[in-house]
Design a protein around this ligand. Structure first.
Ligand code: FES
Length: 105
């Protein structure tokens, strides 16, 4: 598989439209199932440190429960104020029903 991919969970553990938070190498990472696709991003809002894993996913976006900022989970871009800085996303691969993510610095 190459790169710095880490095994996280089985894909059947994830539910469409919801996030699940995993601790990997001291990082808190959200895995979000959106339709058939799994996305991974850091579990922290760039506005003021809100916990994104407690937010909801709608229209490919996660909404921060603290002040309502939104981010596109496909790209990490901030799509609604008060956040303006993108969240850090991670590449996801699924192999034999296992979800792997690539950790970046
Ligand atoms: S901490 Fe996320 S919107 Fe303010």
């Amino acid at each position: 598989m190459g790169g710095n991919f880490q095994k996280v969970c089985r894909s059947e553990e994830l539910r469409d439209g919801y996030c699940q938070v995993f601790r990997i190498n001291d990082l808190s990472i959200c895995l979000a199932m959106d339709g058939e696709t799994v996305y991974a991003f850091d579990n922290i809002c760039t506005h003021d440190g809100g916990i994104l894993g407690e937010g909801k996913i709608e229209d490919h976006q996660i909404e921060c429960p603290r002040h309502g900022a939104k981010f596109d989970i496909r790209t990490g871009e901030a799509t609604q104020m008060p956040a303006v800085v993108r969240i850090n996303t991670h590449e996801v691969k699924i192999k034999n029903e296992w979800v792997f993510i690539e950790l970046t610095e």
